[in-house]
Design a protein around this ligand. Structure first.
Ligand code: NAP
Length: 225
């Protein structure tokens, strides 16, 4: 059975998840960061795309001490496995994502990654080199299931999120609407990629909605077709 897949994203009112320069900046409030920690604490692995690591590159951790304590008490590791999907592995290995002492890492890449890069990243992560041109989300989930991962949190960006929607692999999505307009046709949105056509949209049902101060917290579940 494939792992359960949750996506969590914070967006502007106009649906953007960063600026056109893909700048790394604090997006949500303290409340949103708490939700992020709660969802991370429920996950065995958190998966991100290479541009998310390139723009921020922070280690993916459960930062709230109480939430972390409860996670560990229920038999989990301190933090979920940090997973990045990248075809060519053209990333700086100096990013905190690859160096934090408390996190474990899995890099899923392809033969487009040079031997030199693969060797370099093997010093700080498990590296799986797929004999394919692209990395299918379903293939990534199989690799994770083989490592005992049952709950996956996908934290973007928009290109990676689409890969999971495209294959119908998303079970639920949390979206926080934050009070700003980012704008820009080239700014990434919650789900980018090629996109669906009208006859084939991905249906969701609203599970909950909550307002706190200036933000709205939405949770949707996938409707199975
Ligand atoms: N607001 C939020 O909640 C939030 C959350 C996360 C990220 N962000 C922001 O989102 C931006 C990055 O988003 P993005 O859409 O540009 O990039 P992304 O989804 O983070 O990364 C896309 C890259 O991942 C690699 N990849 C490997 N396999 C893939 C697959 N099956 N499908 C898609 N990509 C695959 C590709 O690069 P290779 O060439 O390496 O294969 C691709 O270009 C950053 O600015 C980041 O700060 C915001």
């Amino acid at each position: 059975m494939r792992p359960h897949v949750t996506i969590n994203m914070a967006m502007s009112v106009d649906g953007k998840i960063s600026t056109r320069l893909r700048e790394d900046f604090s997006f949500g409030s303290k409340e949103d960061r708490r939700l992020m920690d709660v969802l991370r604490a429920r996950a065995d692995a958190v998966v991100v795309g290479s541009r998310t690591v390139a723009s921020g590159g922070w280690a993916i951790r459960v930062r709230d001490r109480d939430i972390r304590r409860k996670r560990v008490a229920s038999g989990h590791t301190l933090h979920p496995l940090n997973v990045v999907l990248t075809r060519a592995l053209d990333l700086p290995s100096t990013k905190q994502f690859f160096t934090h002492s408390q996190t474990r890492r899995l890099v899923i890449t392809t033969r487009a990654a040079s031997d030199v890069r693969v060797r370099r990243f093997k010093k700080c992560a498990e590296v799986v080199v797929l004999p394919a041109k692209r990395i299918r989300a379903s293939r990534a989930l199989t690799l994770l299931a083989e490592r005992g991962i049952r709950r996956v949190l996908v934290e973007g960006g928009g290109a990676l999120n689409y890969a999971f929607f495209e294959e119908g692999l998303v079970d639920e999505i949390y979206v926080t609407i934050t009070p700003r307009i980012i704008a820009g046709a080239d700014a990434p949105t919650v789900v980018d990629g090629k996109g669906f056509l009208a006859a084939n949209l991905f249906p969701l049902e609203l599970v909950s909605s909550r307002r706190k101060d200036n933000e709205v917290f939405l949770r949707y579940r996938a409707v199975r077709r």
